[in-house]
Design a protein around this ligand. Structure first.
Ligand code: NAD
Length: 510
């Protein structure tokens, strides 16, 4: 008998649902409303019909105002010129303020994203860590001196801020992703114009209030709300922007890369994934099964580093699937605001339809549903049962494409070469896992995995000290860790010559 995950009915009487927050944009230290009067309404995806937020419908002119403010703050303002100790103290204060307001911010995230409140609280802990780490490490982001270039020459490498950064973010971890970028941008002395997702702008706007309170000067961080086109497009095109830091889908990432190339802007792209998890027969099977369930159900599978493709050694496949059905059956999904919920709602209608159509395509192609596979009645909210497919072949869309939902595809392999070939057979290269008790096998497999973030006997877990970024079409550049500062740096060389010049014109060289 298959055990199904338990659905927690959404509670529409929850006091946190009883009011709608109306936000302003944040431009040059001011709260700015919609110039046309038009607003974007956000319906709570976990509680259909309840409007929880309204954000101004931003325009190209709003972006231009924000870029002008960020440009001025960079070119003549105090932030890039401030001694790093002072900048660092302000950033530490930001961390304290996020900690102070963590419950309010977690509630905004849970309401707008449909994220389980327990996970939203963990995201907030992550945000605090990110600011504290970057505030400290930014202090050691200075240049280098070369003393071995000759007797009369010292070479200097000056590390400088890249300038005004346009930051475009997705909806799955709205505040966490903003906090994986902004402390590095600000730590380097850059200024920013942020364009959050049109579905989940609330927490990013509240963050700017906290930046102000901490002492970040006017214009250093601006937020313009609205749709990808025109707002994101204008951020990417505007000549006042030096660099675009884009996090989102491969489809939009390609557009952003192409538009930014017209003005040869620096670009970082953090895009999608279809993370493989290779499970060898000698793995701790309980741990691997737990990792398989967590890897695809964390944040409802709406996670760029989800482990959404399991590649399991054939000899343990039946046992693996039977235990996986049990574990997925013990999961709770439903009302994001309920403390007991492990998996919340899907982000929006088009995303749940997309999940539904992938599940139909998987069935039609001959894959077998081991558990789940159904949508919950639409009037309750956007909920999809945690779903596991077995008998998946490499050529099926559920094995190749990023579904971005609670849908796991289980494939099988006979020998390590086949496992690696299947794992690497993807346009993506963001993340991947290997489960085994044999360290040699683990490392030789991981070293041949074409992916930027990997785990042995783990999945998804992240540390602020470690960089994140993709191989192949999962992106360009790295965020977080000490490497993240390079993404927002320019390197200028200075050749400081203090000896007598060997005259070129008199034939003595230089
Ligand atoms: P999306 O690409 O649809 O949107 C991302 C952002 O781009 C939004 O703010 C959107 O308004 C904006 N945008 C849309 N069209 C634009 C345009 N023409 N020009 C400029 N900006 C435009 O992505 P999404 O649906 O919000 O997020 C899900 C995707 O993000 C998934 O593919 C996921 O894997 C990826 N993601 C990647 C990472 C990472 O670090 N690699 C992290 C989180 C999410």
């Amino acid at each position: 008998m298959t055990v199904q995950a338990t659905f927690i009915e959404p509670d529409f009487t929850d006091p946190r649902l009883q009011s709608t927050t109306t936000y302003d944009m944040k431009i040059d230290g001011k709260d700015v409303g919609s110039r046309t009067g038009e607003m974007i309404e956000r319906e709570a995806p976990g509680h259909m019909g309840v409007i929880v937020a309204r954000y101004p419908l931003g325009t190209r002119e709003d972006v231009n105002d924000a870029v002008t403010a960020a440009r001025e703050a960079f070119d003549t303002g105090p932030w890039p010129r401030m001694p790093i100790g002072e900048r660092s103290r302000i950033m530490l204060k930001v961390a304290d303020l996020i900690e102070r307001d963590a419950e309010e911010l977690a509630t905004i995230e849970s309401l707008e994203v449909g994220k389980a409140i327990a996970d939203a609280r963990k995201d907030l802990n992550g945000c605090v860590e990110l600011w504290r780490y970057a505030a400290g490490v930014a202090r050691s982001m200075h240049g280098d001196v070369h003393t071995n270039l000759g007797d009369d020459l010292v070479g200097m490498v000056l590390r400088e801020p890249v300038g005004v950064v346009g930051v475009i973010t997705p909806w799955n971890f709205p505040l966490l992703i903003a906090c994986e970028r902004l402390p590095w941008i600000l730590g380097m002395g850059c200024t920013a114009v942020v364009k959050p997702s049109e579905f989940t702008s609330g927490a990013t706007l509240r963050l700017v209030d906290l930046l102000r309170e901490a002492g970040v000067p006017d214009g250093a961080v601006n937020v313009v709300t609205g749709y990808g086109d025109p707002v994101g497009d204008e951020v990417t095109r505007n000549p006042g922007v030096d660099m675009v830091s884009f996090t989102g889908s491969l489809k939009v990432g390609r557009i952003v890369g192409a538009v930014a190339a017209e003005s040869v802007k620096r670009v970082s792209l953090e895009l999608g994934g279809k993370g493989p998890q290779i499970i060898f027969a000698d793995a701790d099977i309980d741990a691997a099964v737990d990792g398989a369930a967590f890897g695809v159900l964390f944040n409802n599978g709406q996670c760029c580093i989800s482990g959404s493709r399991n590649i399991v050694e054939r000899s343990i496949q039946d046992e693996f699937l039977s235990r996986l059905r049990e574990v997925v059956g013990s999961v709770t999904f439903g009302d994001p605001l309920n403390d007991k919920t492990m998996v919340g709602s899907v982000i929006n209608r088009s995303q749940i339809e997309k999940i539904d159509s992938y599940v139909a395509a998987g069935r039609d192609a001959g894959a077998e549903v081991e558990t789940g596979g159904q949508r919950i009645a639409a009037n309750k909210g956007l909920y999809f049962e945690p779903t596991v497919f077995s008998k998946v072949r490499e050529d099926m869309s559920i094995a190749r494409e990023e579904i971005f939902g609670p849908v796991l595809s289980v494939l099988s392999f006979e020998d390590p070469e086949e496992a690696l070939r299947v794992a690497n057979d993807s346009v993506y290269g963001l993340s991947g896992s290997v489960w085994t008790r044999d360290v040699g096998k683990a490392m030789s497999t991981i070293r041949r995995l074409r992916a930027g973030k990997t785990w042995v006997n783990g999945v998804i877990d992240s540390h602020v000290e470690m960089p994140l970024g993709g191989y192949k079409q999962s992106g360009l550049a790295r965020e977080t860790g000490r490497y993240g500062f390079d993404t927002y740096s320019e390197f200028k060389t200075v050749h400081l010559k203090y000896g007598e010049r060997k005259m070129w014109a008199s034939g003595r060289g230089r």
